[in-house]
Design a protein around this ligand. Sequence first.
Ligand code: BGC
Length: 249
Amino acid sequence: MVVLGIDIGGSGMKGALVNSLTGEMLTERFRIPTPESRKPQEMAEVVKKIVEHFNHKGPVGCGFPTIIRHGICKSKGNLHKSWVNVNVRELFSNATGLPVTVINDADAAGYATMNYGIGQGKEGLVVMITIGTGLGSGAFFNGELIPNFELGQIPYKKHKKIETWAAASAKENEGLSYKQWGKRFNIFLKYVELLISPDYIILGGGTSKNFDEYKDYITIETPVIPAELRNQAGIVGAAAAALHEAPRD
Ligand code: BGC
């Protein structure tokens, strides 16, 4: 089944057609920057443009960068506050005229990694951390998704949430070296280890491909593994979960 997977982030909205059975991406990624307002109507327009770009007529699976419960946005994440309580599934279905499912973006990336990537066969508690505008987390116990883990929301010092200080956006905005940022990220990982004792932590998002640059600053006991699907995982996972995980969207 061909599904259009769309990974919606705070900086970019990226889509590709995906074979939802094999997890194979069938096209190049098509990316449109997230509208600066980060508001519902403007972002729904972009979803429509991505659908039109692929001239797609089938199901659409979206990964969305906030808590999603039964299609409804339950936190603002790094988007505009007017998203809270919006039925994202309905908004995007109406904008595109297609059946749409929506799950959290890190849950989607984790879903792809656990089913088609380095997470395959990993038992116990596995947490996927996506490093981007925010710090996303997707948790899996014996391969089953436990939706909406929000480890990036841990408060840290004067910051309301640790992701403001330790995500890739902080590295970029503050011009941090890999060493400076890697030490911050390690503090975040220490909290993750302390709070939930995972068996494995898998890193995704753009920054995971530069793992060699900061791996020396990671001192936790839990094995930390970079995901090889990298930026594609969000798209593939959103598409695959559209068929297999629909009740959780
Ligand atoms: C949100 C998460 C999301 C993450 C990555 C955070 O700000 O709270 O839901 O997964 O950003 O986009």
